[in-house]
Design a protein. Sequence first.
Length: 103
Amino acid sequence: MTKRALQDELIYEILAVVEEIPEGSVATYGQIARLIGREKNARLVGKALSMSEYYGEYPCHRVVNHAGRLAPGWPEQRFLLEEEGVAMKDERHVDLKKCRWDC
């Protein structure tokens, strides 16, 4: 298998998990990394999500960092989450206690 095929396979594995996050809930990059068996690869998850537009439509707006912080430079993320009823702690953070995906 080529390196590109391995990369695509990993990205689709990550996106398959993201696709399962229910509306109104969020998951963290680390949570997704654990679910795919790569506990220490939260940054890899973030990188894969940054390329998701090339792989189809996925609810990547439902993924935040470990503190609930929204992705920098993506103002639409807050709007999309608020439309789904996700509780915010402040301008840049979701309330993980109220809306973390319990998977």
